[in-house]
Design a protein around this ligand. Structure first.
Ligand SMILES: *[C@@H]1O[C@H](CO)[C@@H](O)[C@H](O)[C@H]1NC(C)=O
Ligand SMILES: *[C@@H]1O[C@H](CO)[C@@H](O)[C@H](O)[C@H]1NC(C)=O
Length: 250
């Protein structure tokens, strides 16, 4: 009698767990542009691709929502200085992708990246997310969890790194303004900066004078390939707001 009641109780708990695991699986992203300028969103799906909008125009103050299924992984970035015709053909000063307005691949570095893997039953229903400057920086970005449980920290690179980008890393537009900042890996492509070859492990790839500039300005973002301890966050059951220029008010 006691056995039956105990096992039916644990079965009930298990069933609720399965039910939540299977149903509370979609993740809602709100992309918000708080910048004073237009940003053209780019998205790229890796694992478990969802029919996401792969590129769209976010005018200053506007937002857009999209939902992905459990176990999705992919990235979001912003493109600036774009010129598209009515068919969506054209290019951008930063974050340019193949395909024009609708990206058919990733953005050309340097871009600030928001990287995500959403929870699935296979990984304990945990979302993993970060802001990465590993390939460089173009616009400020932030990721805020709404609801959820776990290490649901705010991931961000809120500050303008273009303003204190070393000369040898700068990307300028036609008018001479600094519009993006390369990582040292993108600029110099050496094992020391890219964590390749004899520097391909966390023990042999240390922060550099360049990655430290990024880390000092943006402590809640990845500044180089093995900078994970302080930069990846995990959260379960949340939705997320991904903002461009998160410090500015919408
Ligand atoms: C996430 O968004 C969905 C769709 O709007 C909503 O049903 C759900 O309650 C939200 N979850 C949280 C944790 O806010
Ligand atoms: C970083 O270190 C390299 C190699 O020691 C040096 O050439 C470069 O000038 C330094 N750059 C900055 C911004 O400190």
């Amino acid at each position: 009698m006691a056995l039956t009641s105990s096992s039916s109780k644990s079965c009930a708990i298990f069933c609720i767990f399965l039910f939540l695991g299977n149903v509370a699986s979609a993740t809602l992203f709100t992309l918000q542009n708080n910048c004073k300028y237009t940003v053209w969103l780019g998205t790229l799906s890796g694992n478990n691709p969802t029919a996401l909008d792969t590129g769209l125009t976010l005018t200053s103050g506007s937002s857009f929502q999209m939902t992905v299924q459990a176990g999705w992984s992919g990235r979001f970035w912003g493109r600036t200085g774009c010129n598209f015709d009515s068919a969506g053909n054209g290019k951008c000063a930063t974050g340019n992708c193949l395909g024009g307005l609708k990206c058919t691949g990733g953005g050309v570095p340097p871009v600030t990246l928001v990287e995500f893997t959403t929870g699935s039953v296979g990984n304990g229903n945990k979302d993993f997310y970060d802001v990465s400057l590993v390939d460089g920086y173009n616009v400020p970005m932030g990721v805020r969890a709404i609801g959820g449980t776990g290490d649901c920290q705010y991931a961000s690179c809120e500050h303008d790194l273009n303003g204190n980008c070393p000369k040898e890393l700068q990307v300028k537009d036609a008018t001479g303004s600094v519009v993006a900042c390369k990582s040292a890996c993108v600029a110099f492509n050496t094992p020391e900066y890219c964590c390749t070859g004899e520097h391909s492990t966390p023990q042999t790839c240390s922060p550099t004078n360049y990655s430290k500039i990024f880390k000092n300005a943006c402590p809640k973002a990845y500044s180089y390939a093995y900078d994970d301890a302080s930069s990846t966050f995990t959260c379960s059951g949340a939705n997320y707001t991904i903002s461009f220029c998160p410090m500015e008010s919408s």
